[in-house]
Design a protein around this ligand. Structure first.
Ligand SMILES: [Zn+2]
Length: 159
């Protein structure tokens, strides 16, 4: 785990599995207004990890912003499946999603970002989606299709 503090902002890069041994859960976060987690090197999360994670998010100060960047797809699944995985003041800024070539079945991973590919529901408007449609297979140049259930995966952008 790497941490970088800049005033009231802390940036934390997580690595490996989220489990009973994750150093993040020992970290004192009481004094920060912004907590940025980079999850690009997270491999998986086990059930104790989920439990500890939820306990940890409860310790995030109510007036602090929590953001998750470059989430692996397994984490986005947890966000959608586990009630309370993300507190109200948290956002998924970006995540890696599996795409599949419709011709040769070659698998690709595409990073999807907030305000580019999806928008959270606001006070006045509903959530919106702009999935990449121009991405071509690196092997055969056919169009890539999402290899996930779009409606389910983007459950988290609804209010
Ligand atoms: Zn292909």
């Amino acid at each position: 785990m790497n941490t970088k503090v800049n005033g009231s902002t802390i940036e934390i890069a997580l690595e490996g599995p989220i489990s009973e041994k994750t150093a993040l859960f020992e970290l004192n976060i009481q004094n920060y207004k912004e907590i940025k987690l980079n999850m690009s090197k997270v491999t998986f999360i086990n059930s104790i990890g989920v439990k500890n994670w939820i306990l940890w998010t409860c310790r995030v100060p109510a007036d602090a912003k929590l953001s998750l960047e470059e989430c692996p797809f397994v984490i986005v699944n947890q966000v959608n499946i586990v009630h309370g995985f993300l507190p109200k003041n948290a956002r998924v800024i970006s995540f890696h999603a599996p795409f599949l070539c419709e011709d040769c079945s070659h698998e690709h991973v595409i990073k999807l970002s907030e305000n580019v590919h999806y928008k959270y529901a606001g006070d006045q408007e509903g959530p919106s989606l702009h999935l990449p449609s121009e991405n071509k297979c690196s092997r055969c140049s056919a169009v890539l299709e999402p290899d996930f259930i779009v409606e389910k995966t983007f459950g988290f952008i609804k209010k």
